[in-house]
Design a protein around this ligand. Structure first.
Ligand SMILES: NC(=O)c1ccc[n+]([C@@H]2O[C@H](COP(=O)([O-])OP(=O)(O)OC[C@H]3O[C@@H](n4cnc5c(N)ncnc54)[C@H](OP(=O)(O)O)[C@@H]3O)[C@@H](O)[C@H]2O)c1
Length: 248
């Protein structure tokens, strides 16, 4: 297949592109600078260069996002621009990467991700929306940022099911050849853990001697994540555990 990957320079895209190539696909990777082998330029925030970048693509894996900037422009309006720019005569499958819980967790970024899903689901394109749980290396970074010296404060009672980014990339690679589902599927890691347990095993490896302090988080966000809002309801699971990831 001729595959175009958006977000190819991101955490997921960097792992996905080589896996797609190893599976025998022709891969072009889209980013704002057009970096890397097979790199093409395209900006979802403006629409610039999207048409030429998407020309001839049989499969689009849409993994671009702007969690820290303007997701309403890049993710939501960007999804509209993507729908307009795809080559409808060639496109067999648009695989859109989303997050487990975008429909349940009251975060502004998740609302934008959910709105982007709605744009794509209404587009009439051959589509699969894949909601994935948090990547191990993302959780690793979050815990590192949360640590204050020898203290590691984490939300009490929150539950998660993180996944290895290579497992997520392998799952997406498998979907490239599969028929579009026309709906939403979920993909997660092999085991559910409390965030406090994730943090304790992290501290044992990354910050020995650090003390994990589970702290109650009030409000709707706190209760959504205690009630399992970030956990998949159904779907397939990766194999690599958090403990295996930490061992390296
Ligand atoms: N991180 C997680 O734990 C996690 C978990 C589940 C699902 N997801 C989802 O998986 C996808 C990939 O996440 P990630 O962590 O790999 O993201 P990331 O590391 O933040 O990378 C974001 C990508 O989006 C591209 N991008 C940003 N603004 C753009 C624009 N205006 N036009 C074109 N491209 C733009 C960036 O490319 P340039 O900056 O090079 O242009 C980069 O390649 C996202 O949809 C995310 O919501 C993430």
């Amino acid at each position: 297949m001729e595959v175009l990957v958006t977000g190819a320079t991101g955490r997921l895209g960097r792992v996905l592109v080589p896996q797609l190539r190893d599976a025998g696909h022709g891969v072009r990777q889209l980013s704002r600078r057009g970096a890397g082998p097979g790199g093409v330029r395209g900006d979802l925030a403006t629409g610039r260069d999207l048409g030429p970048a998407l020309a001839g693509a049989e499969v689009v894996v849409h993994a671009a996002s702007d969690p820290r900037g303007n997701p309403w422009e890049v993710d939501v309006a960007g999804a509209r621009r993507l729908v307009e720019a795809v080559d409808r005569t060639r496109l067999r499958h648009l695989v859109h990467v989303s997050i487990v819980g975008v429909d349940r967790v009251p975060l502004s970024y998740y609302r934008a991700k959910y709105a982007a899903e709605q744009v794509l689901l209404a587009s009439g394109l051959p589509l699969t929306v894949v909601r994935i749980t948090q990547f191990h290396d993302f959780v690793d970074e979050l815990l590192d940022t949360a640590r204050r010296g020898r203290l590691l404060p984490v939300p009490m009672g929150w539950r998660a099911r993180p996944v290895d980014v290579a497992d997520a990339a392998a799952h997406l690679t498998g979907l490239v050849d599969a028929p579009p589902t026309g709906g939403v599927v979920e993909f997660s890691g092999p085991e559910e853990l409390s965030v406090a347990d994730l943090a304790r095993s992290w501290a044992a490896v990354r910050a020995p001697g650090a003390h994990v302090l589970a702290t109650p988080v009030p409000g709707r966000l706190g209760s959504a994540l205690r009630d399992g809002g970030a956990l998949p309801v159904r779907g397939e699971h990766g194999r690599r555990t958090w403990a295996e990831y930490l061992r390296g």
